[in-house]
Write a protein that binds this ligand. Structure first.
Ligand code: HEC
Length: 134
């Protein structure tokens, strides 16, 4: 009788444990719950529910300028308050566009901007238009 109870308890425990953990992976390899649950939700919103909203964000120069970190150096609205970072507000859009392309290709060399400009890829025009209108 005691043996049977012990066996049943072991069985239940092992079934529960197998259900709770991915036994092939060490705990640190298992992604946090948020990664499992949020990624598909965000992807669904982007692809199916509101692709036009995603498009609006990606073509919004202000949003891209602020979220790519440009404003951290070049200031809010492109008005820099740090002398070593040039102000971009009111500069000609096609000139800004070309500077970003030149930083990306290496035609213009500056270690910081050669690292930053690739992040603006695909958003150069939107950012340039936004800054030129400040
Ligand atoms: C860590 C600071 C930093 C960040 C972040 C940064 N920049 Fe710059 N940026 C600089 C510096 C420094 C220069 C001047 C480079 C030089 O002297 O050639 C510059 C130059 C520029 C220029 C040319 C301006 C001129 O007067 O010649 C443009 C355009 C520009 N950055 C756009 C951007 C955009 C767009 C982003 C965001 C994707 C960005 N930068 C992020 C530091 C930064």
């Amino acid at each position: 009788m005691i043996k049977k109870v012990t066996f049943a308890a072991t069985l239940v425990t092992s079934v529960l444990l197998t259900g709770c953990f991915d036994s092939d992976k060490a705990p640190e390899e298992i992604a946090p719950v948020s990664e499992y649950t949020l990624e598909p939700v965000v992807e669904t919103i982007a692809e199916e529910i509101a692709p036009e909203i995603v498009e609006q964000v990606l073509t919004n120069g202000k949003v891209m300028y602020n979220n790519l970190g440009c404003s951290g150096c070049h200031g809010a609205g492109g008005n820099s308050v740090i002398p070593s970072y040039p102000s971009l507000a009111g500069k000609d859009a096609s000139w800004i566009f070309q500077q970003l392309k030149d930083f990306q290709s290496g035609a213009r060399i500056d270690a910081t901007m050669n690292a930053m400009a690739p992040m603006a890829e695909g958003h150069e025009q939107a950012i340039a238009d936004y800054l030129s209108n400040q």
